[in-house]
Design a protein around this ligand. Sequence first.
Ligand SMILES: [Zn+2]
Length: 265
Amino acid sequence: MEQNPLHHILEYNLDIGKTKPDTVHRDESYCPFCDVAHLKNIMDTRGHMIWLENAYPVLKNSWQTLIIETDDCDGDFSTYDAAYAVDLIRFGLEKWRQVKAMERFRRGSVVFYRNHGYMSGGTIHHPHSQIVGFEHYDYHDDIQSCHFSGTPILCEEGIEVNLSLRPIIGFYEINLILSDEKKLPQFVRYMQRTADYFMFKFIRSNDSYNIFFYDFPGDDKLYVKIMPRFLTNPLFVGYMIPQISNPGHRERFIEALKQQLTQPV
Ligand SMILES: [Zn+2]
């Protein structure tokens, strides 16, 4: 069905949005995710992981849910214990699939992602992921398989890690593709090491990254994109021009990340 571009848009309620707490950009000491006793609309828990409805439903024709990942307010995915990280991703994938199976989102799509750091778009410092169902918005209209093709960094049975040759926004987008779910623990280890690389080794001043999960109709693979976040390049903002860096820089980046991914446990 032809998509009307004027309908391919999401409405955000800024009147609700401006009342949201912000422990990332403002000096607020109260953390709503540490105050577990006052959390509302909890749907499931697993240890310290909590799946609940977002208390600030800013998106129209959507259902916004959150996974509070841990009781450690200063934790991050890149530094979780390996077994805990796998349990967390399993819990998230399970809830993502549960929401995707809902009739309400059959014509739309469901996104699963997490933010970390000042430039990542998140407003609560406490580590959490988001699972959001859209009734009418299908992200597959824009995000295509070409966005996951790239220069291989690592290929092994059931897992591919590559550097995007056709990034969505630009520069260094890492694609991790899982084709055998039995390999999830190793896959999550690569996800953690990629996040760690962007946090601590890539550019000294960078503390922000996003992780996005994707799937495509008729394709059993799990696609994950991890990208460091900076001010968005004006060529993308104004003209939607994605950029990649020069071959020499890319080669050095690939070599450094490959070393990080393959170092012994
Ligand atoms: Zn907290």
